[in-house]
Design a protein around this ligand. Sequence first.
Ligand SMILES: Nc1ncnc2c1ncn2[C@@H]1O[C@H](COP(=O)(O)OP(=O)(O)O)[C@@H](O)[C@H]1O
Ligand SMILES: [Mg+2]
Length: 309
Amino acid sequence: MQNNNDHSNERDNRALAMRVDHAAKDFPVLTSNGSPTNETFCVFEDVNFDVHEGEFLSMIGHSGCGKSTLLNIMAGFDRPSRGGIVVDGKEVTAPGLDRMVVFQSFALMPWLTCFVNVRVAVRSAHPDWTKDQINAHTQKYIDMMGLTGAESKRPSMLSGGMRQRVGLARAFCVEPKVLLLDEPFAQIDALTRGVIQDELMRMWEVTNSTVFMVTHDVDEAILLSDRIALMSNGPNAKLAEIIEVNIPRPRTRQQMIDSPEYTRIRNHILHFLISHQMAAEPSGSEEGGSTEPPDEDAKSQQPSASAVV
Ligand SMILES: Nc1ncnc2c1ncn2[C@@H]1O[C@H](COP(=O)(O)OP(=O)(O)O)[C@@H](O)[C@H]1O
Ligand SMILES: [Mg+2]
């Protein structure tokens, strides 16, 4: 387990892809109709960890602890109140093609076909490429993500699973320094989710990508990750610990569930989540202003051990 105040790459020699350096975020307390007051609350504080090149790092924590806020800060969509994010020795201050994001809500351009949704990203990353080069690279990632045959369809004509394949192809095709995934499978039915998790794992292995993924699914995190970061509850959430997942790769679900390491890690995470849920329950959600996530289905996003194993 890693201490939150250590930067683990100072102890080993794995190359650093991204550093989250003592990051903290304050938001205004909102009134019941959603307008900001002069008071602030701290969503999370002193969050400190490294993402190593080529690793798959996941983050789990209860709804509202600030996972999406942190991911948005890592992407450069928002700024931390204290601390910072460092990539290639430079502080992140804006979005960039070195940090591609995959959202739970897919966020595709609805008027463009599946192929063009991916091609737009390739063209932005390689403005000097010829049309043929751009098209060939786009097709490669369309094929890798199992989208062959759906190139000319618009997002509205695709299932949730297919839409998220487009989202993943669009992010991977840029070959960014770090891929940031915010609960990418939360809106996909359980059986399709399993298939796309396998595709993501294969894509990550083939492309040697670096991934930071927020999830509320314990089994998904164990299947995919090299390390899993556990966040305590907000407000004032903290990075409680980082767990190493020492299950050999390539992994299959069958091998994973038979592994004693899987049982040990799963129990450890579930104990952590249950103890934090119990700690949060007696005080309710009133304290600290509007600290609940804005969406209606927040309860369904509570961390869970997935049925899909
Ligand atoms: N723009 C904002 N203004 C005020 N509060 C916000 C804003 N965005 C998020 N929050 C609050 O910050 C907390 C963390 O939200 P979020 O990062 O979405 O949590 P998670 O992704 O872990 O469920 C929640 O209490 C949420 O209501
Ligand atoms: Mg979130």
